[in-house]
Design a protein around this ligand. Structure first.
Ligand SMILES: NC(=O)c1ccc[n+]([C@@H]2O[C@H](COP(=O)([O-])OP(=O)(O)OC[C@H]3O[C@@H](n4cnc5c(N)ncnc54)[C@H](O)[C@@H]3O)[C@@H](O)[C@H]2O)c1
Length: 281
């Protein structure tokens, strides 16, 4: 990442914070953006060096445009745009979804990514280089893993990523997405424990609810994926959604002992006969 200029939205907390820290540690100049100004400024100060913080509400086109311009003003270019800021948003049964909450959730989770891609492309196209990394979710990959509007927005991010990648390849710009599984972050701490800083309790709550025994998803797992997608090592990867979920979407189930999941193994004899009734014996 040495010599690369990166913007990370949602950089004050969780996955964005870990991504900003790791990219900076790997030599990037990082501009963090968020609406939690105190927290964001503290993260930038802790990173030190050339890391800077800028307020940006990703639902505002003016502020996203100003963010990209801020990176160019600070670093002279923009190599990496991480569109990561997010919330859980509208929830409840489908017959109860509130439309105002729907609009707000979509603007934070999907319209924001469109704006991030739009303004990053404005700067990256003349450079004929750049990497955009959008944060989606396993809820955008598989049903039942998040609230309806969240799932719809995150599916939209995957489609948008593919389509924008198809256009921007002509400018040698790569566009990819990361679909995190269940990660220990302030977002989940707030949703699960009611306190965004209760990371230890969240970790404990996830401990026996993992599909990969002995392993719980943490922010650095996503930071490592973002680092790779943003780096030249992923130079031939574009339009891809990288699932980082400890195997959750493989059909694996959480909190299952070794051997317990063997649905097919346990029915071996019957399974072998399945579909053979019409065959000659
Ligand atoms: N934690 C998980 O398990 C998980 C799983 C899948 C996807 N994700 C996605 O990862 C991303 C980051 O989530 P996280 O878990 O790190 O949560 P987090 O709450 O720790 O961090 C999200 C950050 O986004 C910021 N933000 C929210 N609305 C904003 C806005 N309008 N403008 C600018 N910043 C805004 C928040 O202030 C916060 O700092 C989100 O897009 C989330 O949907 C998280």
């Amino acid at each position: 990442m040495a010599g690369k200029a990166a913007v990370v939205t949602g950089g004050a907390s969780g996955l964005g914070e870990a991504t900003a820290r790791l990219m900076a540690a790997e030599g990037a100049q990082v501009l963090l953006a968020d609406i939690q100004d105190e927290r964001g400024a503290a993260v930038a100060a802790a990173i030190g060096g050339e890391a800077v913080y800028q307020h940006c509400d990703v639902t505002s086109e003016d502020e996203v445009a100003a963010l990209v311009d801020g990176a160019v003003a600070a670093f002279g270019r923009l190599d990496v745009m991480v569109n990561n800021a997010g919330i859980i948003g509208a929830h409840g049964a489908i017959d109860e979804v509130d439309l105002a909450e729907y609009e707000f959730t979509m603007s934070v989770l999907l319209r924001s990514v469109l704006l991030g891609c739009k303004h990053a492309a404005r700067v990256m196209k003349p450079q004929h280089s750049g990497a955009i990394v959008n944060t989606t979710s396993v809820a955008g990959v598989q049903g039942g893993l998040g609230p309806h509007v969240y799932a719809a927005a995150k599916s939209g991010v995957i489609g948008l990523t593919r389509n924008v990648a198809a256009e921007l390849g002509a400018w040698s710009i790569r566009v990819n997405a990361i679909a995190p599984g269940k990660m220990v972050t302030p977002m989940n701490a707030a949703a699960l424990v009611g306190d965004p800083d209760a990371l230890e309790e969240t970790y404990a709550a996830f401990a026996d609810r993992t599909a990969l025994r002995g392993r719980i998803g943490v922010a650095d797992d996503i930071a490592q994926a973002a680092l790779w997608l943003a780096s030249d090592e992923a130079g031939f990867v574009s339009g891809h959604t990288l699932v980082v979920d400890g195997g959750l979407t493989t059909g694996s189930r959480e909190a299952v002992a070794p051997g317990e999941h063997g649905r097919w193994a346990a029915r071996r004899d019957l399974a072998r006969e399945g579909g053979r009734s019409g065959l000659p014996t």
